[in-house]
Design a protein. Structure first.
Length: 354
């Protein structure tokens, strides 16, 4: 082995060590989120592990080791002179404030929910097919809501829709909009609240998510102006109905994304528009190499791609750049495809015209 090769091996081993520790830290952060340990530190800190045990009713020895892990990871602060743990403002924002687009607690939940499916995923590597969305259980829908809701609340009604001025005016005056892949309403409900003169329909194939969305709708007094239907995007029956169609972070999950886009194009009114978001990536693998690309390709393999392949789908995967998105849009019959002129660190947003 040459000196250069030895240095490369040393660096790779170091990186694997970093990833090993990060994987275990994420698993323990999931425990801290599920057992509300982070919240207990925020509400009572600075605290020793013994004090934390008193506040939570949990085992002190486990809490001490857990908190040591979180301190080493930088998720909590540690004062060695007092042997106390605390959360600073940034940590509270990222770990506890679900109104903030920087909140990442849902990512812990998403990761662990995916890891639970490693056995059937391994079988899919051997035999093809995939892991159906339903097999991930109800936590996957909760994780997705937590990961995306704050961003949608902050951006869609205030920035993304206004960036399409004519459609924005229709929604202000009283138009009709729909969202495919709406989940539990994490986007559609706040958008509906922002445009009280308009009507909204959410479509999703997941029964549990639709049930949650309907319950939210009733509790927030939005029925009948907002409704949710358990319908696949490619099965929407309407033509020339909607001023605005939205599909955020979901087209790539679908078994039949091309059919879904054709159906959306047909369902739009003349002059209507579709807003479509995907992760901010390049079409070229070499441009996506790094931390962001690693997260996206891994999530794609463990969730996004496999839920599509489980139903004999195309398995597009979550890394869709603008060139592929344009190709899919034009193939579906849209007359135009453009990037929405808004800046976002996580999403690229496309506007498609009928």
């Amino acid at each position: 082995m040459s000196d250069v090769e030895r240095d490369q091996a040393r660096e790779l081993a170091r990186q694997i060590g970093v990833d090993f520790g990060a994987t275990l830290a994420v698993a323990l952060a999931y425990v801290g989120d599920r057992l509300a340990i982070f919240r207990a530190i925020a509400e009572n800190g600075p605290v020793t592990s013994a004090e934390l045990a008193t506040h939570t009713g949990l085992n002190e020895r486990y809490l001490r080791e857990w908190a040591s892990t979180m301190a080493a990871a930088g998720y909590v602060d540690y004062n060695p002179s007092e042997q106390k743990f605390a959360l600073n403002h940034a940590q509270r924002t990222v770990l506890l404030d679900e109104r903030s687009p920087f909140n990442m607690a849902g990512a812990f939940q998403y990761a662990i929910t995916c890891i639970r499916q490693l056995s059937p995923l391994t079988d899919a590597f051997r035999h093809g097919g995939g892991v159906p969305f339903a097999d991930f259980g109800p936590e996957i829908a909760e994780a997705i809501r937590r990961m995306f809701q704050a961003g949608y609340e902050a951006w869609v009604a205030s920035r993304w829709v206004p960036a399409v001025p004519d459609v924005h005016q229709r929604m202000l005056a009283g138009g009709e909009a729909a969202e495919v892949g709406c989940g539990s309403g994490q986007c559609l409900i706040p958008v509906a609240k922002a445009f009280p003169n308009s009507r909204f329909t959410g479509y999703d194939v997941d029964q549990g998510s639709i049930a949650l969305a309907r319950d939210k709708c009733v509790r927030q007094g939005l029925v009948p102006r907002v409704i949710f239907e358990q319908v696949a995007a490619e099965a929407i029956p309407d033509s020339n109905r909607f001023d605005l169609m939205m599909a955020f972070n979901c087209i790539h999950d679908m078994a039949h994304p091309r059919a879904a886009l054709r159906t959306i194009q047909r369902a739009l009114k003349p002059g209507g528009a579709m807003l479509w978001s995907e992760a901010r990536v390049s079409d070229q693998l070499q441009d996506n190499l790094g931390t962001w690309g690693r997260s996206l390709y891994a999530a794609s393999t463990m969730h996004c791609m496999t839920v599509s392949l489980a139903h004999g789908g195309e398995g597009l995967g979550s890394v869709i750049g603008p060139s592929l998105a344009r190709e899919l849009a034009l193939e579906a019959g849209f007359a135009s495809f453009d990037a929405l002129p808004v800046d976002n660190s996580f999403h690229q947003i496309f506007v498609l015209r009928k």
